[in-house]
Design a protein around this ligand. Sequence first.
Ligand SMILES: Nc1nc2c(c(=O)[nH]1)N[C@H]1C(S)=C(S)[C@@H](COP(=O)(O)O)O[C@H]1N2
Ligand SMILES: [Mo]
Length: 505
Amino acid sequence: MTTRRPPWQLAGILAGFAGLATSYATAMVLTIREAPVVAVAELVIRLTPGAVAERAISILGQADKPALVAGILVLLVACFAGAGSLARRAWWRPLLVWVPLAAVGAVAVLVQRGAGMVDVLPVAVGLLTWVTVHSALNDALHRGRRRPELESHERRVFVMVAGAVAVASVGIAVLGRFVGAGRRHVEVSRRLLRIPGVTRRQAPAATSLGLPGIAPWQTPNADFYRIDTTIALPTIEPEDWSLRIHGLVERELTLSFADLVARQMTESWITLSCVSNEVGGELVGNARWSGVRLADLLAGLGVSEDADCVLQTSHDGWTCATPLETLTDDRDAMLAVAMNGRPLPIEHGFPVRTIVPGLYGYVSATKWVVDLEVTRFADAVGYWTTRGWSAEGPVKIASRIDVPRSGDEVEAGPVTFGGVAWHQHTGIASVEVQVDGGEWEPAELGEVPSVDTWVQWALTLDVGAGDHEVRVRAIGRDGETQTSIVRAPDPDGSTGLHTIEISAG
Ligand SMILES: Nc1nc2c(c(=O)[nH]1)N[C@H]1C(S)=C(S)[C@@H](COP(=O)(O)O)O[C@H]1N2
Ligand SMILES: [Mo]
């Protein structure tokens, strides 16, 4: 019997592809935009000097990106083989390859726009796969080496393990692709969906003060902040969606998407904000929402006098309890189907979510909503209220300075300050700015269509040379002046005045 060299490199390559497969599948299942390898390709593109990139594109034409990904894969196979060879000496040596490779992937993922820690999960899963699969394969090889009389048996074991790894990798990648395709399918349905009564309207011109650097009055869907607890985004076809309204009502109601959009449609500009928003923070946005008023829906159901809240449940099992009166009074609390004239983006609740003017999102704005139970606060607890957040979540008055940015250097003389202020369902009466603890100076306000949206504000003040501290405060239409007392977001929303430091020269 001839003794052959154990296929160390093959083990490395197999483990490498197994890791690529699990990381790819994780990215697909979590609906992360792209797999780590593609993220690396994008990073390479970003880091490539313009002239070189242009030359590459002119040579490769349209194939530049696939060619780049293919190139990265070839490089990876070399690294995988290297990791395989290193395993001959000591079990831990391949880590010298796996860990740096994962680090590159993690960096590539993290430098993408809007990346968060979940986006690194595919890389972590990939690394774990590399290490565990590789050590399993090496075990088989090492045992074969120590007991040569068993070598042919061990080789058979190795071939079987290797085959299983290869088959599993392909299976996992295909599964990931399939799950990802579900998302793409819903995305296509969403794009093709036309909902009667949903109009695409520009923000009224008077809402904007035209000052560069202030948050645009209407937040584009792509820039709207996103907060949810979901790992894999719910992907719900409109025809598969239904909503059950039950509990303390005389008549239960189950609505299909077609039933819902056949009803009278309402459209309103409403600002949504998050209770977790820090003073000066960006977890707030303003959009035109289209949907069906909840007051109209509930009116026909014979709601019991005993009820004081509605327990909302989403498709992914998130819950919140919303004060009943905010859903039945004259405000435009709605089951929204469109955002800025387009069907809701999947990550913002497609096909249906709740929007309630005047309440923080965590007690009202259920995305992918599928169940409304009319009940009592005493009997209902929402997801966040069991985790230390207040049961009721009326939005607190708030204001923010967008320009200049804290730390900016400006020219001494007239300086224009600007930003936004909000107190949904109460409205903003005025906004004032104070420099270095001096007089509070009133700002100019944009015009708004209702008390449910934020307002832009701007003000030009003469600023002398030197360092300055600038603060903003809002006064509500109910006469309330925004407090300077500093409180953390927990348990019912932050307070305090947004303050910036600038230096004028
Ligand atoms: N299903 C579901 N809906 C949810 C949440 C969630 O975690 N799951 N988070 C809520 C919170 S805390 C906020 S602030 C808003 C944010 O909505 P957006 O992501 O569309 O901006 O959604 C609310 N609706
Ligand atoms: Mo939130």
